[in-house]
Write a protein that binds this ligand. Structure first.
Ligand SMILES: Cc1ncc(COP(=O)(O)O)c(C=O)c1O
Length: 409
């Protein structure tokens, strides 16, 4: 039978022309060549994956309850894992959360998608940070919203602009925020900014998505109160085991109060019935049998040293006109080149010197009142290279930057 009548391009939903394909994936392909020093990735350091402890946990759950572990389960997730997460919020942040307010998801990436599905209709106004997390831009794009962007300053989101946008539009449904060691910029919201965000949002019927996969990875200073602490049920929190245990298990969660949770459970069920039950059981066994805080402290110590190595090398080798953020945790820092220096051009030159990073432009959502920007910015990941490699890579980048600065002068 002839297939001439089959033209899938004519069948795709309208949204498929709107969802951005992952530009980073293309960059990572280039950056994966063995000779390249890559600051482009966003991967946790596999050195710290607790392989033996996960193996022991898997063995234990299979031995003790093999058949139960391999069965279907409830959409909400494994109750003891939900209880563990709720208890940890109490212990670490003083937040009182019922296990019933926690939904286990397939990584926090799925949480973003489910939230988009329950809240966003075509043309709804939603706000993202500038720069913002690419996974959020991609997920929400499928729901065809009217994006708006709010600048990030050194101490977090620009609350004046946030107030202005809410006052101007009045019907903004969602504001998606990453208050701790943001991906991509590494910035964190100060206590004052958090308080101010809460003040601004107090009088609006809106939801704040508090995306917090990096909160435990703090190597400087002390934990700040969550936005949920100030905003209560208006804040929907998300968390993840990807950065503290292992991303391959794909386990994250959403914290939401009853009316929102009821809708989330419906769309989660429709999406995949429930998150991988075996992975949930293994994760829970791992968490209760091991000293998780000691494990996180080990990761923080290493990432903190790698962050220091990068900042020291930047001080030594980058032209003085280049500004960088000084993250207190997480995995990334953000560099801003002088106006007119295009980081995509820098990328092409840097690759010839076998060093890679991610140019900043794709992290800036294209919004109605925001077009362009970010061409002179770049993301540098410090979690995945040792200090000597970081120093060498930054040195090479510095040389290429100097050349470009001379060229645009
Ligand atoms: C800000 C942010 N949110 C969510 C995610 C998704 O993480 P996961 O699905 O592994 O929990 C990431 C991953 O890098 C991230 O950086």
């Amino acid at each position: 039978m002839s297939n001439q009548t089959f033209q899938p391009a004519a069948l795709f939903a309208e949204r498929m022309s709107i969802i951005p394909t992952s530009f980073i994936r293309e960059i990572l392909k280039v950056a994966a060549r063995p000779e390249i020093i890559s600051f482009a990735g966003g991967l946790p350091n596999p050195k710290f994956f607790p392989v033996d402890a996960i193996k022991a946990a898997a063995d234990k759950v299979l031995t003790q309850d093999g058949r139960g572990t391999l069965q279907y389960t409830t959409t909400e997730g494994y109750q003891p894992l939900r209880e563990y997460i709720a208890a940890r919020y109490k212990q670490k942040q003083g937040l009182t959360i019922s296990p019933d307010e926690i939904l286990i998801t397939n990584g926090s990436q799925q949480a973003i998608d489910l939230l988009g599905k329950i809240f966003v209709d075509k043309g709804n106004k939603i706000l993202l940070e500038l720069p913002g997390y690419l996974g959020t831009i991609q997920s929400f794009s499928a729901y065809q919203p009217d994006f708006g962007g709010v600048r990030l300053n050194e101490d977090g989101v620009d609350t004046e602009q946030l107030a202005h946008l809410y006052a101007k539009h009045r019907d903004i449904k969602l504001f998606s925020a990453i208050p701790n060691f943001q991906n991509p910029s590494g910035t964190s919201y100060s206590t004052e900014v958090r308080e101010r965000v809460a003040d601004v949002l107090e009088s609006y019927n809106t939801v704040v998505i508090e995306d917090d996969p990096y909160g435990d990875l703090r190597f400087i200073g002390t934990r700040q109160p969550s936005l949920k602490h100030y905003l209560g049920e208006k804040a929907v929190m998300m968390g993840s085991f990807s950065k503290t245990v292992a991303p391959g298990l794909r386990l994250g969660w959403i914290v939401a109060t009853k009316p929102i949770m009821e809708k989330l459970v419906v769309v989660k069920q429709a999406a995949d019935l429930h998150s991988n039950y075996f992975a949930q059981r293994v994760m829970h066994q791992y968490l209760i049998d091991n000293d998780v805080d000691a494990h996180i402290a080990t990761i923080c110590k290493a990432y903190g040293e790698q962050r220091d190595a990068m900042l020291t090398a930047i001080e030594e080798f980058f032209p003085s006109e280049v500004r960088v953020t000084k993250p207190e945790g997480g995995m990334f820092l953000w560099a801003t080149l002088p106006e007119g220096v295009v980081s995509m051009d820098l990328f092409d030159k840097a690759i010839k010197q076998n060093v890679a990073f991610v140019p900043g432009k794709p992290f800036y959502v294209e919004a109605d009142d925001y077009r362009g920007g970010g061409e002179n910015t770049m993301r540098l990941n410090f979690s995945n290279a040792d200090a000597a490699t970081i120093r060498e890579g930054i040195k090479r980048l510095g040389v290429v930057m100097e050349e470009m600065l001379v060229a645009v002068a």
